[in-house]
Design a protein around this ligand. Structure first.
Ligand SMILES: [Zn+2]
Length: 354
């Protein structure tokens, strides 16, 4: 008998017929039912649906027999620390999978289409990462309750198919070479700022501004999947920042910066050309799920460049572990292993560093 001292769980809504109950099949559930023996099983004698009953009987029913007959309005008291409470929470978290199964996969396709967004890589990326996160989380839940595998497995397989189609849609929208050029930008050694074009700037001065612009250019190139032009905007913004409201000398400084960025971009492109057809390096990456805040906001630990690289260069994915095999040009591998939120863990393998 469950201790009537805790959470009120609406078991009639959580436990659908067919959800494997594992060791909880024989759990005795305290119920109330009309003395007619007809109608649902209720969690309380005061349920509105029992109002017209001639009399109300109290009885204990093994959970397996009760499922399918449970009132959808009633809550059953379950101690918060009882393993059954955690199990029902896990089943609730898998409810979206059940909805997709009932829809015969149609809902899945719909979600994928919405997420893919066709021509919008941002929407396509969010859609892909959401489906991927859903699948990662469902595998974590099922790993804790392995008797759920026969029930959840087929839907997880369908979801894995949708994740893969969403990934391909994103990959089609991205420019593989832009990702490589960005990695090459990040790999370039800092140029010799002394003796180069003279850039006069207020405040800490021209040399400081050049280093600041270079750092921003490198950083911004690998923050996005659009390639080197994002870096130019970042370098130019450093000039605007240094001059503030001062206009004197700013146009000349912007000219110098533009020519410098042309030079930096040229070096990155030359390096990319050398590696474009070079040997690829195999890497295995653990896919990090999206993070969700308490109010439902999402945060992706992958930068857009990292997400783009995963989408474009994935050659295999492994479930339930949620790792992906990549084949990437060497500068991309170097950046993933050394400079990103994904760090090396052993030979050729990387794990998210959080
Ligand atoms: Zn009821």
């Amino acid at each position: 008998m469950l201790n009537p001292n805790a959470l009120g769980l609406r078991l009639g809504r959580i436990l659908a017929v067919g959800v494997p109950l594992g060791p909880f099949e024989d759990l005795p559930l305290a119920c109330f039912r009309s003395s007619s023996g007809l109608g649902k099983l209720h969690g309380g004698a005061d349920c509105g649906q029992l109002r017209s009953a001639p009399a109300v009987l109290s009885l204990e029913v093994p959970l397996l027999s009760a499922v399918g007959e449970l009132c959808g309005h009633c809550a059953w008291p379950v101690p918060g620390e009882h393993p059954f409470a955690a199990y029902t929470e896990a089943v609730s978290s898998l409810a979206p999978l059940g909805v997709w199964a009932d829809a015969g996969g149609g809902e899945l396709e719909l979600l994928m289409e919405v997420g893919a967004g066709r021509a919008d890589p941002d929407a396509a990326c969010v859609g892909w990462r959401r489906l991927q996160t859903q699948l990662l989380e469902s595998h974590a839940v099922v790993a804790a309750y392995p008797w759920l595998v026969p029930w959840a497995g087929p839907v997880q397989a369908a979801l894995a198919g949708a994740v893969e189609r969403a990934r391909r849609n994103l990959a089609l929208l991205l420019d593989e070479n832009a990702l490589l050029e960005a990695a090459c930008a990040a790999a370039l050694p800092a140029p010799e700022f002394e003796g180069g074009p003279v850039l006069a700037a207020p405040g800490p001065g021209g040399a400081w501004l050049l280093q600041e612009a270079w750092a921003r250019w490198q950083q911004e190139c690998v923050a996005d999947w659009t390639g080197l032009e994002a870096g130019r905007s970042a370098a130019v913004s450093a000039v605007y920042g240094a001059f503030g409201s001062r206009r004197r000398g700013r146009a000349e400084a912007l000219d110098v910066m533009d020519r410098l960025v042309d030079d930096w971009n040229g070096r990155a492109r030359a390096l990319a050309v050398r590696h474009a057809d070079g040997p690829r390096r195999p890497l295995t990456i653990d896919l990090p799920p999206l993070l969700r805040g308490c109010s439902g906001e999402e945060e992706d630990r992958l930068t857009r460049w990292e997400a783009g690289v995963l989408a474009v260069h994935q050659v295999a994915v492994h479930w339930p572990g949620g790792s992906a095999d990549l084949l990437v040009p060497r500068p991309v591998a170097d950046r993933l292993l050394r400079g990103s939120s994904l760090t090396a863990d052993g030979e050729g393998r990387s794990r998210p560093d959080f």
